[in-house]
Unconditional design. Structure first.
Ligand code: ATP
Ligand code: MG
Length: 159
């Protein structure tokens, strides 16, 4: 069954809408030309998106913005990203951020629960689909995590 990409992003937005409202965080969905439907491992991609959005929510103060973006890369991959206007990640931590159990210093996230597994699981899933995941962040400005999923000519995920 083909997945409608816009619908997939709207569904993930719905799953978090209660928490978003509580924190007065608004979401924007940006869909670039060429994005339509694809044969995807919907459960896997949902798990990646949920992990990234739960981070964006957790590490973005009240009143922030989370942007979900879908585009097609030049080499025909589906590219999805989650961008927030949150606390950001210090440069010194960026190298290790995808490691299992790695969390940025506890003082800053004392009240924010977590085990440090979300990003490592996201990376595992993306890699299992032949894609890659990148994270860009600026302290006190925000964070963007983007990942790609290769598609074949019929818009089928290459797994
Ligand atoms: P879990 O996801 O297992 O509940 P977690 O959120 O702490 O716990 P990860 O999702 O792997 O673990 O993230 C690792 C660390 O990276 C976090 O503890 C946090 O310090 C930092 N981080 C991740 N995403 C963001 C983000 N969007 N903004 C700021 N910091 C982030
Ligand atoms: Mg997390």
């Amino acid at each position: 069954e083909r997945t409608d990409i816009v619908e997939m992003l709207e569904d993930v937005e719905d799953r978090f809408s209660f928490q978003m409202k509580q924190k007065h965080i608004r979401t924007i969905i940006e869909v670039r030309p060429g994005v339509s439907t694809a044969m995807l491992d919907r459960d896997g991609i949902d798990q990646v998106l949920d992990n990234l959005i739960s981070n964006a929510l957790k590490y973005t103060p009240d009143g922030g913005t989370i942007t979900l973006d879908a585009s097609i890369t030049e080499d025909g991959m589906l590219s999805l990203s989650v961008k927030d206007t949150g606390i950001g990640i210090p440069k010194k931590d960026l190298d290790r951020i995808f490691e299992r159990f790695y969390r940025v210093d506890k003082a800053r996230t004392r009240n924010l629960g977590g085990t440090g597994l979300g990003l490592s699981i996201a990376r595992e899933i993306v890699r299992a689909h032949g894609g890659f995941i990148t994270l860009q962040s600026e302290l006190e400005k925000g964070t963007t995590v983007a990942f790609t999923i290769p598609l074949n000519d019929e818009g089928r995920a290459l797994t």
